[in-house]
Design a binder for this molecule. Structure first.
Ligand SMILES: Cc1ncc(COP(=O)(O)O)c(C=O)c1O
Length: 394
């Protein structure tokens, strides 16, 4: 265990010799010790300061460049007078969601972002001997949550940057308890189709819980090949969605899930009683009513995907076709990914390196405003115009 630096030796948990007693106790299980804390992307302000820039495009976290839904902001503002009261555990938003998606309220859960619900799923349903199965380089949030439970975490490789559902089905064993599928997937941006999911589902025993993470649902839902999980409503499938992406509420922490009422009933037992917060719940209700904002966000995103895809291809990079609000590019090596990341950063464009996901030779770029997308493409062109790759690699 690394040395614990205490500022004061007068604290009761420190020995006089300045060595924390806590060091003597193996407090941290190996599966926690081996994790790395989440590293937030660079802030606009820190990049601006470090490189002396006037404009910075943050295209690293799949956020909505239009900001938050105005109706969500209105709704949040209206609830500020009741901040001294405890929230009602998400019930208001659950009722609105049930209405919107034609469900019973017993089939709906809300939480502190969809990751908050994911965390509760792991807590509620996984036992020590259970196993989790997913793709390689899955959404980092899920990787960390599942690994922090200390259960066996198994993956199968991508097939052409898509989930290989056939291979996943072949890997299900007697201990498999949770299968995690993100559709569209982060970081690749790809989807699996209705047909592929139908085939896959035939091989999944009812005792296995499928988490269908649809954080980017709104971006893909108009694709006729996209399997909207709400058309399935299988007993062992839990759908997760979020207000963080298209509704622009990442900073508020509000997400939701749909599932069989027995699953929801058990999730409600383990969730923090007062999540989501009152403003978060209000924001979700406001956002759901903001169809105009949704429409504008989709249009901007479609332009952004075109611009970034063409821009990346234009400098000769491999781009994975995306159904979400970001694109993934595959570079020849980790060094080259590092070089492009740094060169973009110096020009005020922050993108996401994917080493932590398990793809060190890839970068992920979120769609931004039209201006930010242009800035990114120009920065890419400059990074390749002064192309010193040959010498750098030599
Ligand atoms: C696939 C996927 N699931 C879930 C999340 C987390 O969303 P939330 O902000 O609702 O916790 C993200 C965020 O990046 C994501 O990409």
């Amino acid at each position: 265990m690394p040395h614990l630096a205490c500022k004061s030796t007068s604290r009761p948990w420190c020995s006089g010799a300045g060595i924390c007693k806590i060091e003597l106790v193996p407090l941290v299980p190996p599966y926690i010790e081996s994790l790395r804390p989440y590293e937030a992307g660079r802030t606009i302000e820190s990049v601006r300061k470090e490189y002396g820039l006037t404009r910075v495009a943050k295209l690293a976290s799949n956020e909505n460049p239009l900001g938050a839904s105005p109706k969500a902001i209105d709704a949040m503002t209206r609830c500020l007078g009741s901040l001294h009261l405890y929230p009602n555990g998400g019930l208001d938003l659950r009722e609105v969601l049930a209405d919107e998606f034609d469900l019973k309220v017993e089939n709906v859960i809300t939480g502190s972002g969809s990751e908050g619900i994911m965390s509760n799923i792991i807590r509620a349903f996984l036992c020590d001997e259970d196993e989790v199965l997913t793709t390689e380089a899955a959404f980092i949030g899920f990787q960390v949550l599942a690994k922090s439970r200390g259960v066996k975490y198994r993956t199968v490789p991508y097939r052409d940057w898509h989930y290989d559902l056939t291979a996943l089905a072949g890997e299900i064993n007697a201990n498999t308890k949770i299968i995690y599928l993100a559709n569209p997937n982060n970081p690749t941006g790809t989807i699996f189709t209705k047909h592929q999911f139908d085939e896959f589902y035939k091989h999944v025993p009812e005792r296995v819980l499928i988490i269908l993470d649809e954080a980017y649902f709104e971006y893909a839902k108009d694709n006729p090949r996209y399997p909207d999980s709400m058309h399935y409503r299988y007993d062992n499938v839990i759908t997760l969605r979020t207000f963080s992406k298209i509704y622009g509420l990442a900073g508020v922490r509000i997400g939701y899930g749909f599932a069989h009422q027995e699953l929801i009933r058990n999730l409600l037992k383990v969730k923090l009683p007062f999540e989501p917060s009152t403003p978060a719940q209000a924001a979700g209700i406001g956002a759901l009513a903001d169809k105009e904002f949704l429409h504008r966000s989709l249009e901007l995103n479609a332009r952004g995907l075109r611009c970034l895809t063409e821009g990346l291809a234009g400098v000769g990079l491999t781009v994975v076709p995306s159904e979400a609000n970001f694109v993934m590019t595959v570079l020849p090596s980790e060094q080259e990914a590092g070089r492009v990341f740094e060169e973009l950063l110096m020009q005020g464009v922050v993108v996401r390196p994917l080493k932590a996901f398990g793809l060190p030779h890839c970068l992920r770029i979120s769609t931004g405003s039209d201006e930010d997308n242009q800035l990114c493409v120009q920065a890419l062109r400059r990074a390749y115009a002064t192309d010193t790759r040959a010498t750098r690699h030599s």
